[in-house]
Design a protein around this ligand. Structure first.
Ligand code: SAH
Length: 203
C-alpha cells in the first residue's frame, strides 16, 4: 500500500509514510471487508459513512504539514483511522464525531489498540472544541457548504485548516486555510468527494 499507492502517487512526507506503514488499517474496517482494507478504495464503515481511501488519508496528512507534538482537531472521527495516523505522527489529536454508534464503536477500538494521545468527543464538530482551543491544525473529513467560522476562530495564528467545501453534497474542493497575523490565506487544492458534514455550520 505505502509503496504502490502512496509513494508512487507523490506522497513523500516520511512521517506520513512511516505512520501509514504501522497503523493496522484492517482493524478500522468491518470484518467482512478486511481483505480489501489495503486496496486503493474508500470502504463503508456503517451508518452511511465511509473510511477514505489510503491515498486521500495520506494526502490530507501531508497537506496538513504536521510536526511532532502539535495539537490537531479532527472533525469526523468515523472509523478512527485518520486520527490514529495523526497520533502515530506524534500529534495530540482531539477528534469529534456526531453519530452515537460510530462514536461508541470507535471509542472501544481506540481503547483496545491502546493508542495514546487521542481525545474523542461526541458532538457537532462544526462548532469545534472551544474548551481545548487553540489548535495548531484542524482537519475536517466531511464536506459542507461553507467553512465553519468557529473552526477558523479556534485555529492558532500560523495554523492550517484543511476542509472539503462544496455547494452540493459529495462534490467538494479541498480548501487549505492558513491563518497568519496578516490575515487568512486560502488555497484551492482540487476536487474531492467526502460524505456530508452535518451540523450548525454544515448541511
Ligand atoms: N476520518 C474518518 C472518515 C469519516 S467519514 C476515518 O478516518 O474513518 C466522516 C465522518 O464525519 C462520519 O463519521 C460522519 O458521521 C462525521 N460527521 C459529519 N458531520 C459531522 C459533524 N458536524 N461533527 C462531527 N462529525 C461529523
Amino acid at each position: 500500500m505505502v509503496r504502490e499507492q502512496l509513494q508512487a502517487r507523490g506522497i513523500s512526507d516520511p512521517a506520513v509514510l512511516q505512520a501509514m506503514s504501522i497503523v493496522p488499517r484492517h482493524l478500522f474496517v468491518q470484518e467482512a471487508l478486511r481483505v480489501q482494507a489495503y486496496e486503493d478504495t474508500p470502504l463503508p464503515i456503517g451508518y452511511g459513512q465511509t473510511i477514505s481511501q489510503p491515498y486521500i488519508v495520506a494526502l490530507m496528512s501531508q497537506l496538513l504539514e504536521v510536526e511532532h507534538g502539535m495539537r490537531v482537531l479532527e472533525i469526523g472521527t468515523g472509523s478512527g483511522y485518520q486520527a490514529a495516523v495523526l497520533a502515530a505522527m506524534g500529534c495530540t489529536v482531539f477528534t469529534v464525531e456526531r453519530m452515537r454508534e460510530l462514536y461508541q464503536n470507535t471509542a472501544v477500538l481506540l481503547q483496545q489498540l491502546g493508542l495514546r494521545g487521542i481525545h474523542m468527543q461526541r458532538r457537532d464538530g462544526t462548532l469545534g472544541m472551544p474548551e481545548a482551543a487553540p489548535f495548531d491544525r484542524i482537519i475536517v473529513t466531511a464536506g459542507g457548504p461553507e467553512i465553519p467560522n468557529p473552526l477558523v476562530q479556534q485555529l492558532e495564528t500560523g495554523g492550517i485548516l484543511l476542509i472539503p467545501v462544496g455547494e452540493k453534497p459529495r462534490k467538494q474542493r479541498l480548501i487549505r486555510i492558513r491563518k497568519e497575523a496578516t490575515g487568512i490565506h486560502s488555497e484551492d487544492l482540487g476536487p474531492v468527494i467526502f460524505v456530508d458534514l452535518v451540523g450548525d455550520h454544515g448541511w
